[in-house]
Design a protein around this ligand. Structure first.
Ligand code: ZN
Ligand code: MN
Length: 144
């Protein structure tokens, strides 16, 4: 879906959940849906603080939690490191730079059979899987 459509669909979803849209909330949502680099709450705060001097990092966090509850964003957790947020909730894989921390989407077909395979071997009912590729991004490679 095009970004503008995804954004207005997301706004409708929030409204139907009874969430009041404020200019800040809209800006956080829009920023997230426009970004391809999986920002942290702090990244989003820094990008918007000039436009909204009264906004706090806590506001950004609260909005992200709200969006997550509404199924509009995916939170990517990496141990103790800050969570990264993904405005694309469709299942996809990520490639991660171990030097600069950049996270990008990987466009390749999903491994559809692996959930069933793991379920069969473990007796678990498997709901989804997470797959990440680690290495160096093109700019970090040239610096090496
Ligand atoms: Zn890098
Ligand atoms: Mn992603």
């Amino acid at each position: 879906m095009a970004m503008a459509n995804r954004l207005s669909a997301a706004v409708e979803k929030l409204k139907s959940n009874g969430v009041r849209m404020t200019p800040q909330r809209h800006a956080v949502l829009e920023f997230l849906m426009n970004s391809k680099d999986h920002p942290t709450a702090d990244d989003i705060y820094k990008a918007l603080e000039n436009r909204f001097p009264n906004m706090s990092v806590a506001t950004v966090y609260n909005n992200l939690r709200l969006f997550k509850e509404a199924g509009l964003v995916r939170e990517l957790t990496y141990g103790d490191a800050s969570s990264r947020f993904d405005g694309n909730t469709a299942p996809h894989y990520h490639v991660i730079c171990q030097k600069c921390g950049r996270i990008e989407d990987v466009y390749r077909p999903l491994l559809r059979d692996i959930d069933d395979e793991v379920a069969k071997h473990t007796g678990y009912s498997v709901d989804h899987h997470r797959l990440e590729f680690y290495g160096l991004c093109p700019s970090c490679r040239t610096l090496n």
